[in-house]
Design a protein around this ligand. Structure first.
Ligand code: PHE
Length: 340
């Protein structure tokens, strides 16, 4: 074999030069210098040779080794150069090329529902009225007939900054502010906005949620006017087949007070699993504004009267879209949000 060394090296060099990629070069390298490589084998044989031949053979093999290694290095450099040139050509970044289109977002489902509610009530002549989320005790409680120590305060327990400042527990304080600002009835306003309560989160409660309350003050308004308004709103949002009913209830700021319900959209009022066989779903509270509340807003109850209602936007959205867990609205999970 060693006698053919010259030819073997020439063959190997030819194969190295012809190698089409780094893998093929590596293949030849292994055949020459790997553990079972040809050159490796010859080098291993040196100690078995007669002493006088060893250094001569060593020199010869070293020469062969150097030549082969040089050829390998040269071919590898060549191949890498070609690959780079290739990348430059095929993967060059054209910075003038338009980027992929950005995914377009849309309004959050709660914003959509709030705007629908606003649109319907604006079409009846109601105006949107906004107020602060950090409220005083007086606007959140006192002005609404919930004096200090009133047991019903418990239902609107909130988060306090100081004994006088708290996160509003409902948007009703905006009604008082609106009466004070507008002064001269008739007043027809709605008060969309965030409210806060000390409720641990579960499928139907969160410590923060949104409400839309409405307030109408005019001459000789009746429960019938109020019910008609609520019916119009519900049918505009959910469809004309829906019915509304009011049930006696209690709020310190209205007298008489009611809960208002809407017929279940799944069974049309017949009773089914989702309305727990009642046929009705609770939406919110309402009633005729208490005379003292009018007085607190600076309006004379001898001349004017009014009705008010309040409900949660999340609740409305849950009824509209059959959502069974309020927390979904605030988890920012696109798989949920993209459905609306
Ligand atoms: N403020 C009440 C609440 O948050 C709702 C309500 C408003 C009830 C107006 C009656 C009249 O629960």
């Amino acid at each position: 074999m060693i006698d053919d060394a010259g030819k073997f090296v020439e063959d190997s060099k030819a194969r190295i030069v012809a190698a089409r990629d780094e893998k093929e070069v590596e293949q030849v390298r292994l055949e020459l210098f790997g553990n079972n490589g040809a050159i490796t084998g010859l080098i291993k044989q040196i100690p078995t040779l007669p002493k006088e031949e060893r250094s001569e053979r060593g020199r010869l093999l070293n020469g062969i080794k150097q030549q082969a290694e040089a050829a390998i290095a040269a071919r590898l450099a060549e191949l890498r150069g070609e690959r780079l040139a290739d990348i430059v050509e095929t993967e060059a970044i054209d910075i003038t090329f338009p980027g992929p289109p950005l995914g377009r977002g849309h309004l959050h489902v709660l914003t959509q529902v709030r705007r629908q509610i606003e649109t319907v009530l604006e079409s009846l002549g109601y105006q949107v009225e906004l107020g602060p989320e950090v409220e005083t005790e007086w606007y959140n409680f006192e002005a609404l007939n919930l004096g200090a120590g009133h047991p019903a305060r418990e239902g609107w327990d909130s988060f306090y900054f100081t004994p006088e400042l708290l996160l509003r527990a409902h948007t009703s304080p905006v009604q008082i502010r609106a009466m004070q600002r507008i002064k001269e009835p008739p007043i027809y306003i709605i008060t969309p906005g965030r409210a806060y309560r000390r409720d641990p989160p579960d499928a139907t409660h969160l410590p923060y949620f949104s409400q839309v309350e409405g307030l109408a003050i005019d001459k000789a308004l009746t429960v019938g006017d109020m019910k008609g308004t609520l019916l119009y709103m519900i049918q505009s949002l959910y469809g004309v087949e829906r019915k509304v009913r009011v049930r006696p209830s209690y709020f310190p700021f209205t007298e008489p007070s009611f809960e208002f319900d809407v017929t279940c959209g799944i069974c049309n009022g017949m009773g089914c699993k989702s309305c727990r066989h009642k046929g009705w779903l609770e939406v919110g509270g309402c009633g005729m504004v208490h005379p003292q509340v009018l007085r607190n807003g600076g309006i004379d109850p001898a001349e004017w009267n009014g009705y008010a209602w309040g409900f949660g936007i999340e609740r409305m959205a849950m009824l509209k879209h059959d959502v069974d867990d309020i927390r979904l609205f605030y988890e920012s999970d696109l798989r949920f949000l993209e459905q609306f």
